[in-house]
Design a binder for this molecule. Structure first.
Ligand SMILES: Nc1ncnc2c1ncn2[C@@H]1O[C@H](COP(=O)(O)OP(=O)(O)OP(=O)(O)O)[C@@H](O)[C@H]1O
Ligand SMILES: [Mg+2]
Length: 641
């Protein structure tokens, strides 16, 4: 007969081979289940003698696989094992035909030959172990030890913590992962109770899952982990029943990192949603403020300051300006910002802004240490100024009785940016740090300061938008913002902005002049009141005005009046034909058309793209008469004398 012998002990294989070949059989051997299976791909023996406990696929698995493989199904399998006798599981349940207890070889060989003889006559099926009386306890132990070794190796390699505890919670085994999660030396751990590892408020939950009441095993799920040694841990409980002693296997999973990632994701989604909301509100508000501010300024232009309503109108105008400051904070936060991005020098801006600020707060001493060869930035100076102002105002608020402010700039690389929250994009950065000697903050406050509407200031004094918008603006510039602070020890805000290689142009002095003109301006906006006030403002500046309420009508009107129209003021967000499509259609009629985009959003990528394609400029609503008058001359050139 063709026989395959599978056993992880080479001596056993040798003995079996000798025995069977002497009887005239053709014998092959395999050192474990895996080797046996690969042999079985090319050879089909009549009978397999296999050991039960082996590394790399044990005898039981081997049986099961053979019974499920069609061309091997009929092979007769005989188990040779010492522990088969002790195992409650019956060998025939997993497909063996017979089982011989391993004992001294001369006795065992008799049983084997007996079986072979029977096999020559019939197919056998026995549910009794043959030769049990010859099994020696030490052989059982040997086999059991080999199983243990295998489990030990597995448990040591597991990334999950594996703990065995008594029903009372005393720890009796811990694998290395469990020891590291718990963070106590093994000898200390094995003498203690699992429940004692938890804080009082968590203990109850753990106690409940350890209670084995015969029902399905309980667990502490990943979604709702417990705190253990500063980590978030899930616990799966597997009760071991039967046998002499009852115990519980606990599988511990450290889910701290996973939880952190999840909450970061949720936070990011929340920010995104809030940003969209804030941006939308700001946009609509800007249109509304445009109408208020425009009308008030128009009235004020012709009003004598002695008029009884003059001061009231002035105060409305002031409030409208405050409103537009608020919307610009919201837009900053919503990252709808980044308009007029050009190479700029941060030192100059810091000097000017801090200088102006210092004049308003004489009790604050400002120290500036600005690095002379600072890299230029590619940024919107208006927005960076807004960020700096927000930081200065906060610092001043933190020093109600005066103090010192340190403003510091220097060149750094991404490696010097400290954060465990993000991985900075490699490159050169400019660092601006703003340090005050004020009241400082505790850790908990610090985690929330960039949230919109988070403020610790009394009602009416803070809106909680300063840092939220600073954060949005710095992010919008691909930069980073960090904070260091301790209660009573002041605060330091660190701004990192990517360095630029661009050439910095001289900035024209800002003038306060209202510039007039006489050209014809076509005003396109879907909001009637914006059109009305815009028309009045333009007329007051001397321009001829045509107004239309949609992109389609704008294009129609331009077709018939292109020679007369000197400039088009085009709203960006309109239903149907929006600013971009209208711009394209106008350019088809006249490639050199002069278009000034306007929007309640600050400039975004879409606007930038239109500007790159030849649009002449952008003005953000609400704009003042002065701003508009200057923008118009910028695009149209000096007025004809
Ligand atoms: N330099 C600082 N020192 C101490 N606490 C600060 C400092 N800067 C900010 N904070 C804390 O962060 C909170 C949020 O600041 P943020 O600028 O966003 O809003 P705000 O100043 O309260 O209101 P707003 O800026 O809208 O007027 C403040 O209320 C304060 O508790
Ligand atoms: Mg503030």
């Amino acid at each position: 007969m063709k026989i395959l012998v599978v056993d992880n002990h080479p001596v056993m294989l040798k003995l079996m081979k000798g025995l069977l070949e002497k009887e005239g059989h053709e014998v092959q051997t395999a050192i474990n289940g895996l080797t046996a299976l690969s042999l079985l791909q090319t050879h089909t023996p009549d009978i397999i003698f296999t050991d039960l406990i082996m590394p790399r696929i044990d005898g039981k698995k081997l049986c099961e696989i053979i019974r499920k493989t069609p061309h091997l199904q009929n092979i007769c399998i005989v188990i040779l094992s010492a522990i088969a006798a002790e195992d409650e599981e019956k060998f025939f349940e997993y497909g063996a035909n017979a089982c011989v207890a391993k004992g001294p070889f001369n006795r065992m060989s008799k049983h084997i030959l007996q079986i072979l003889r029977r096999l020559e006559q019939e197919t056998i099926s026995m549910d009794q172990v043959i030769g049990l009386d010859t099994v020696f306890p030490h052989q059982i132990t040997k086999e059991l030890l080999s199983i243990k070794k295998q489990f030990d190796t597995t448990l040591k390699g597991m990334i999950e913590g594996f703990l065995e505890v008594t029903p009372e919670g005393d720890m009796i085994y811990a694998n290395p992962a469990a020891i590291s999660i718990i963070g106590q030396p093994e000898e200390q751990l094995l003498a203690s109770n699992f429940l004692d590892l938890f804080r009082q408020d968590q203990r109850k939950r753990v106690e409940v899952v350890l209670q084995c009441d015969g029902g399905p095993p309980k667990s502490i799920p990943i979604d709702f982990p417990v705190k253990l040694n500063g980590k978030e841990v899930s616990v799966q409980v597997l009760p071991i029943t039967g046998g002499d002693h009852r115990s519980l296997i606990l599988i511990l999973n450290d889910v701290t990192e996973r939880k952190k990632m999840e909450s970061k994701l949720i936070q990011a989604q929340k920010m995104e949603a809030l940003g969209t909301l804030a941006g939308g509100i700001a946009h609509d508000f800007n249109n509304l403020l445009m109408v208020v501010q425009g009308n008030v300024s128009l009235i004020l232009v012709d009003m004598n300051p002695s008029h009884p309503h003059y001061e009231m109108l002035k105060s409305i105008e002031k409030k409208a300006q405050n409103g537009s400051r608020l919307t610009s904070q919201l837009l900053g936060y919503a990252r709808k910002g980044r308009y007029e991005v050009r190479p700029m020098l941060l030192n100059q801006l810091v000097e000017e802004t801090a200088g102006a600020f210092g004049r308003t707060r004489k009790d604050i001493v400002i120290h500036m240490d600005l690095y002379r060869d600072l890299y230029p930035l590619e940024a919107d100076s208006g927005q960076i100024e807004q960020v700096l102002m927000n930081l200065l105002v906060n610092a001043a608020d933190a020093m109600p009785d005066g103090g010192t402010l340190f403003l510091n700039t220097r060149n750094v690389t991404h490696q010097e940016i400290e954060s465990d929250l993000y991985e900075p994009v490699p490159g050169d950065y400019v660092l601006l740090s703003v340090t005050d000697t004020g009241i400082g903050m505790d850790q908990q406050t610090m985690t929330r300061i960039f949230d919109p509407f988070f403020t610790t200031k009394e009602l009416g004094r803070g809106t909680g938008l300063g840092l939220a918008s600073a954060y949005g603006i710095i992010k919008g510039h691909n930069g980073y913002i960090n904070v260091r602070s301790e209660v009573g020890k002041g605060a330091t805000f660190l701004l990192y902005l990517p360095a630029s290689k661009g050439e910095v142009e001289e900035q024209a002095e800002k003038s306060e002049d209202i510039l007039k003109g006489s050209e014809t301006v076509l005003l396109v906006d879907d909001e009637e009141q914006v059109l009305e006030v815009g028309e009045k403002i333009l007329k007051s500046l001397g321009y001829e005005v045509l107004t239309v309420d949609s992109g389609e009508n704008g294009v129609e009107l331009y077709k018939t009046n292109r020679d007369q129209i000197g400039l088009v003021i085009l709203d960006l967000i309109m239903p149907h034909k929006g600013g971009r499509e209208t711009f394209d259609a106008l350019r088809e009629i006249h490639p050199e058309v002069k278009v000034l985009l306007s929007s309640g959003y600050s400039m975004n990528e879409q606007t930038m793209e239109i500007i790159k394609r030849g649009c002449k400029g952008f003005i953000q609503k609400p704009f003042s008469i002065m701003e508009l008058s200057q923008k118009l001359r910028e695009v149209l050139g000096n007025p004809k004398p």
